[in-house]
Design a protein around this ligand. Structure first.
Ligand code: SAH
Ligand code: SF4
Length: 363
């Protein structure tokens, strides 16, 4: 299946295209067009991704002639980390500056057994969800493939210099597309970035180590069979149309019935589940009626529910429910045989938690 996806991504090569925009098939194609052995692809992917060595001059087993040709044809820049903030819980927030000066944020989150990088896919976001800090800045532009994988590469270089903060963990183990932007609104670039993150000759992240979160773009969800088989999370936040309408404008375009018809087309391998993210907002979606609507809407067998207590930010109009209400909500779901977890907020002191990312903010 991956080969088929890669096959469709062939393209011609523009002068000064960023090398990190290319999938492994495209690198092989470039080499073929220029009469080099396709086996060199592996060496190149090893240097740029496995070793994360963007300085072409240090590539010892690549011929001088090819290095010169590559330098003439491609650029090798990745977004620059201009600011890093480290939270008391170990969460690190990076400000990534793109070549055109636009900035996005990425967040490295420390768990006992893993290091997860939360990656942005767009500058801003067009979806305008009423509870989301990112949503308030509107949409600027899509990130390119190199700007998405570049967040991983930049964070990886930073991590190598700050290993003592994360010991015994020493590499990024998971990626979540939960930073700024709606990943399915940037379908092709996020798909190619995912292929590059998964490529066995490079970073080699497993399909279960990458999660894409979407607000519910029905046509793109129906195209997920043309996407690497990673974990999918749906930002649900309410099982009642009139409540979801007030939270997420997308629900007025694709309501819950259309959303779930689309979700049912997602190819799920045996024993895999869809994650439903459910923001808990005080007085809005945290009552017994909400639980009953939820238990009618989603399947127990193929779902898990991630409860996210609303993260407040400056001037946010919503409030987080009390701890006892959050516990109660989770227990009621348990009584109805749902698997649910409560997301513990990380990096609150540096505004790095979900929904608190906004690139203009001076950090
Ligand atoms: N655009 C995608 C992915 C990025 S948002 C999406 O909406 O799914 C990642 C998650 O953070 C989503 O579940 C989103 O609903 C949630 N989120 C947004 N604002 C939040 C806030 N203020 N508090 C907690 N979670 C929030
Ligand atoms: Fe965009 Fe997701 Fe924020 Fe909605 S929650 S505005 S889709 S980033």
């Amino acid at each position: 299946m991956l080969e088929e996806i890669l096959e469709k991504d062939k393209q011609s090569f523009e002068i000064h295209e960023n090398f990190y925009n290319l999938t492994i098939t495209e690198v092989a194609e470039y080499l073929k067009q220029n009469n080099y052995s396709k086996y060199i692809t592996t060496q190149l992917f090893n240097w740029i991704y496995k070793k994360n060595q963007g300085d072409i001059n240090s590539w010892t087993n690549v011929s001088k002639k090819l290095k010169l040709a590559l330098q003439e044809q491609f650029s090798f820049d990745i977004p620059e980390i201009t600011t890093t903030l480290i939270s008391i819980d170990g969460t690190a927030k990076f400000l990534f500056k793109m070549q055109d000066g636009e900035v996005v944020e990425g967040v490295l989150i420390k768990f006992p057994d893993r290091l997860t990088l939360c990656v942005s896919t767009q500058v801003g976001c067009a979806m305008g969800c009423s509870f989301c800090y990112t949503g308030t800045e509107g949409f600027k532009r899509n990130l390119r493939v190199n700007e998405i994988v570049g967040q991983y590469l930049g964070a990886d270089l930073w991590l190598k210099k700050n290993l003592e903060l994360y010991s015994p963990l020493n590499k990024i183990t998971n990626i979540v597309y939960m930073g700024q932007g709606e990943p399915l609104n940037n379908f092709l670039n996020v798909k190619k970035a995912t292929l590059n993150l998964m490529e066995p000759q490079g970073i080699a992240l497993g399909q279960r180590k990458i999660t894409l979160s979407t607000s519910g773009l029905v046509p793109q969800i129906m195209k997920l069979n043309d996407f690497p088989p990673i974990n999918i999370a749906i930002s649900l936040h309410s099982a009642r149309n009139y409540v979801r309408d007030t939270l997420m404008p997308i629900n007025k375009v694709y309501d819950l019935k259309q959303l779930f018809d689309a979700i049912n087309t997602i190819p799920l391998k045996a024993h895999r589940r869809i994650t439903y993210e459910y923001l808990l907002i005080d007085g809005l979606n945290n009552t017994i009626e909400d639980i009953e609507a939820l238990s009618e809407l989603i399947s127990r067998k193929t779902s898990k529910i991630n409860l996210i207590p609303f993260n407040e930010y400056p001037n946010s109009k919503f409030k987080c429910p009390s701890e006892s209400n959050i516990e109660w909500f989770s227990n009621e779901l348990g009584k109805r045989n749902f698997t649910s977890t409560i997301r513990k907020s990380k990096g609150n002191d540096i505004l790095a938690a979900c929904g608190q990312l906004k690139s203009k903010q001076s950090i």
